[in-house]
Design a protein around this ligand. Structure first.
Ligand code: MG
Length: 249
């Protein structure tokens, strides 16, 4: 499919969807604590989204059953919320999407539960930094793989690996649109970054190897070596004067 280049009016609608995404994330930050289940987090996120007039866009997407994708510790992405109670020292990836009036938003973060190890803290910091390093490359006239390269370089220069099996994506009137945005690769390739592009950039970074596997529920992705993984995502738009983060917290 061709890349969609959005008008400023459309970008504002995508921003509105992302504002609801951010409101749900803020609520999750407030209530996250040791002893809460991922199912409870899911329920709260859905309430916030519906109260603000949105629709949880992951729910029902390709049969996914919930509002929130969760990923605890060695899980990477796409976990289904359940009765699992989070414990002190866990890290939990929270990914959610919203549709309002036909436009979509999408953002993810990985949060500490109580006191986490130094290694986990570093992983969260480097993954979030990798996201921003990627975003900084989203400059007019640049190339899409400049983003990919910056993400990979930051993760690997800090001793971590990037997941290659899943990628970022365009977003707008569908939850996933072209172009695909890998978190790895050489710079200077792919489409030219132009006004009107709306991109969901989402590094997944592992402490150990890059290999991942899908679990028996056919959704949850985990690291093959059982080491920790983190995930951060923003939706951004390319405007006349450069990028704008639509899902800024
Ligand atoms: Mg996404």
């Amino acid at each position: 499919m061709p890349i969609n280049y959005r008008s400023n009016e459309e970008i504002e609608k995508i921003r509105q969807a992302n504002h609801i995404v951010v409101a749900a994330h803020k609520r999750l930050e407030e209530i996250l604590r040791p002893g809460i289940s991922t199912k409870e987090l899911d329920r709260e996120a859905e309430i916030v989204i519906r109260d603000l007039g949105g629709r949880p866009s992951f729910k029902g997407y390709r049969g996914f059953p919930n509002t929130l994708c969760v990923a605890v510790n060695d899980q990477v992405v796409h976990g289904i919320p359940n009765k699992t109670v989070l414990k002190d020292g866990d890290i939990v990836g929270l990914d959610l999407g919203v549709e309002i009036k036909g436009y979509f938003g999408d953002a993810a973060q990985t949060l500490p539960v109580g006191e986490i190890t130094e290694e986990a803290r570093t992983l969260l910091r480097i993954t979030q930094e990798a996201l921003y390093k990627g975003i900084e490359q989203a400059v007019l006239g640049g190339r899409l793989s400049d983003i990919s390269h910056a993400v990979q370089k930051h993760a690997e220069s800090n001793g971590f690996s990037v997941v290659t099996a899943f990628v970022g994506h365009g977003i707008g009137t569908k939850p996933h649109e072209d172009p695909q945005i890998p978190n790895f690769g050489s710079p200077g390739r792919g489409p030219v970054i132009q006004r009107g592009m709306v991109l969901a950039i989402e590094p997944m970074v592992n402490v150990g190897g890059a290999e991942v596997q899908v679990m028996g529920d056919n959704w949850t992705v985990r690291t093959s070596d059982g080491e920790l993984s983190a995930h951060f995502e923003h939706s951004i738009a390319i405007m006349e004067d450069g990028y704008s983060i639509l899902s800024e917290f």
